[in-house]
Each structure stands twice: as structure tokens, then as C-alpha cells.
Design a protein around this ligand. Sequence first.
Ligand SMILES: CC(C)(COP(=O)(O)OP(=O)(O)OC[C@H]1O[C@@H](n2cnc3c(N)ncnc32)[C@H](O)[C@@H]1OP(=O)(O)O)[C@@H](O)C(=O)NCCC(=O)NCCS
Length: 175
Amino acid sequence: MLMEPEPAKPASASRMSLAIVTQPGEANPYGTLHGGVLLRMADECGAICALRHAGRGQITTAAIDSMTFLGPVFVGERLEFLAEVSYVGRTSIETRIEVYAEPFDRPQRRKVAVGYAVYVALDESGRRPRPVPPLLVETDAQRRNLEAARARRDVRLARRAEAQASDGPEPGIVS
Ligand SMILES: CC(C)(COP(=O)(O)OP(=O)(O)OC[C@H]1O[C@@H](n2cnc3c(N)ncnc32)[C@H](O)[C@@H]1OP(=O)(O)O)[C@@H](O)C(=O)NCCC(=O)NCCS
């Protein structure tokens, strides 16, 4: 049976935010947040955003890249994650994730990280990629961003090909 293509969706339909208060157990010995804690939350926020765009079913993370840390996050600060769909291919959805921190007692929000994550929608088997709704481009800024998004996709796919081709170091050899 031939499936009808799904209608395009705007980025505004799947914008997502999550927030946490950072805890002592999430800090390194210097009292600042482990980057891995931030990455995990960023992935969760991006994944929910991508899932909303996909509309149903299962998605998986294909890549998290270009996560740039702009400054430290301190224990006890409120950390906020904002994700928005920035590009959609046939089966993949790229989200741009921005992260903000602010002291618990003062409304002084600052940007602490920015990055991109790509999710792939999967069919009922949970293994094969399946098509997702296209992205409805609404603004000139979004239109201009498409070029950069395609360039990011090309870099990721080249990186994947390189990773698939390389064997890496032999296990068990410590130099
Ligand atoms: C992501 C995955 C489903 C892609 O499956 P595949 O059979 O290689 O599929 P394809 O090569 O047809 O790629 C499907 C889509 O994913 C995109 N894609 C695949 N690998 C990618 C990568 N490393 N970075 C960015 N996009 C990627 C492709 O560009 C394609 O997008 P499009 O349909 O929008 O053009 C598969 O590689 C996988 O399962 N990876 C592991 C995911 C996982 O376990 N994540 C959690 C890690 S803890």
C-alpha cells in the first residue's frame, strides 16, 4: 500500500524546553557541572522535540555534535534546555539545542552551551529508518539556515563513513 506523504510541520510546533536544578552529585571536584550531565539532558530535550516533529513511533539518536560549552555551570543553578528543529531530511531530524544557566536566587540567565543533535525515526521493527514530515520553512532566517544545515549534514555523513572505515587502536595495548 502506498502511503500519502505527511504534511510539512513548522519548527514552532515541536519547540521543547526542559529545566533542572543542578545537584552536588552532578559536579566535578571543582564544584562545576560535569559536561556529561549537560549532554544527557540536551539529548533528552532534543529527542522529545524530534519525537514531536516525527509525530509518533520511535526515534534514535544518530549524532550529537558541535556542542560548544561557553562557560561553567555551578551546583545549585537552574539549567534550562531549549530545542528546536533546524533541519529535516527524509528520515532524520536535526535539532538545535541551546542551554542556559541562572543562579537560583537571581534572574540572571546566561547562555552556557549550544549544539546540534540528529535523530532518525524508526519503523515498527525499531531498526529501519522511516520517513518523517518535512519542515515547513516560515521565515527568511530559517531559509538562510538551511544551507548551513546541509553543510553540517554532509560533514556528519563524511565523519560516519570515516568511522565505519577505521579500525581504531588494537584492544588491550596500553602505551
Ligand atoms: C541512525 C541509524 C538508525 C541509521 O540507520 P542506517 O541504516 O544507517 O540508515 P541510513 O544510512 O539510510 O540513514 C538514515 C538517515 O539517518 C541519517 N544519518 C545516519 N547516520 C547519521 C549520522 N551519523 N549523522 C547524521 N545523520 C545520520 C542519514 O543522513 C539519513 O537521513 P535522511 O533519511 O534524512 O537523508 C543507525 O545508524 C543506528 O541505529 N545507529 C545507532 C543509533 C543508536 O543506537 N543511538 C543511541 C546511541 S546510545
